[in-house]
Design a protein around this ligand. Structure first.
Ligand code: NAP
Length: 265
């Protein structure tokens, strides 16, 4: 049995929907006080309402603050808000990210800047802003949402995205060393294909093709990523830092399509 995270102050960036919402849900369910971020007020309000119900049962709570993680000023005010509302910052889940697709030959400077500003600078700014409070916590935890795309695999249209997801890991390795003396661990979860609200728009054929390429035979759920983040935030994971946890149902394992087919024969 892991030590409870009830009462901890947790920030999840990019949690108005998708994986961030799943991470927030898992922490609220575990009794944590969670501050979620995003830019869409209607979605933030809806998500906070939904999760508040779980908080009433667990003793946890949820609230939101709106802003762009690519702004260092916003990230600072996000950390201040967590202090005002929840008494500090014990856990930061740096999850906000975008994945617009564009082929390399068509990629503009603006395309590149948008992805790096949100995914790389947004992660670094969020961590920087929370370091003083994570340090005071004495058991500070950072969990970065990277991806299998970039660090392990590639996908046409996502060369800039893949580069940004690998860059997050490069950042994490040195941040983990620099923040270790403050008792802060820094780790990353690398999701495979996860069923988010956006996936439904791509149709059932797309979903079926993706499921067929995953050894465990299903897409990931957002709570699968939340559970991995929760584990990395526990006291028991306190000796793990600078590590990458792939959560993909075995998606990156088969050497060839034949390897999957033979296993299913
Ligand atoms: P999503 O459904 O599009 O959600 C993205 C979230 O990030 C939203 O809450 C969005 O909120 C927020 N966001 C985006 N840009 C932001 C910005 N500049 N400032 C603040 N918030 C911002 O995406 P997702 O699939 O859940 O992805 C979340 C993370 O998981 C990303 O880092 C992504 O790279 C990673 N990931 C996803 C998958 C997958 O299969 N879905 C796989 C591997 C990795 P607003 O719209 O309210 O701003």
């Amino acid at each position: 049995m892991f030590t409870s995270v009830a009462g901890r102050s947790v920030i999840v960036t990019g949690a108005t929907r998708g994986i961030g919402k799943g991470i927030a849900r898992v922490f609220v369910r575990a009794g944590a006080n969670v501050l979620i971020t995003g830019r869409d007020e209607i979605a933030a309000d809806k998500t906070a309402d939904e999760l508040a119900e779980l908080g009433r049962a667990s003793g946890g709570s949820v609230s939101y603050v709106l802003g762009d993680v690519a702004s260092r000023e916003f990230c600072r005010s996000m950390a201040e808000t967590a202090v005002e509302r929840n008494g500090g910052v014990d856990v930061l889940c740096a999850n906000a990210g975008i994945f617009p697709d564009v082929k390399l030959v068509d990629m503009s400077v603006e395309d590149l800047d948008r992805v790096f500003d949100t995914n790389v600078k947004g992660t670094i700014f969020a961590v920087q802003a929370c370091v003083p409070e994570l340090s005071k916590s004495g058991r500070g935890r950072v969990v970065v949402t990277s991806s299998i795309t970039g660090p392990i695999t590639g996908f046409p249209g996502w060369s800039h995205y893949g580069a940004s997801k690998s860059a997050q890991l490069g950042f994490m390795h040195t941040a983990a060393i620099e923040l270790a003396p403050m008792g802060i661990t820094v780790n990353a979860v690398l999701p495979g294909n996860i069923a988010t609200e956006g996936l439904a728009d791509l149709g059932s054929d797309y979903r079926a093709t993706m499921e067929a390429s995953i050894p465990l035979g299903r897409l990931g759920e957002v709570d699968d990523i939340g559970n991995a983040a929760l584990f990395l935030a526990t006291q028991e994971a306190g000796f793990i830092t600078g590590q990458e946890l792939i959560v993909d149902g075995g998606q990156v394992l088969p050497e060839t399509l034949e390897a999957l087919q033979l296993a299913r024969a």
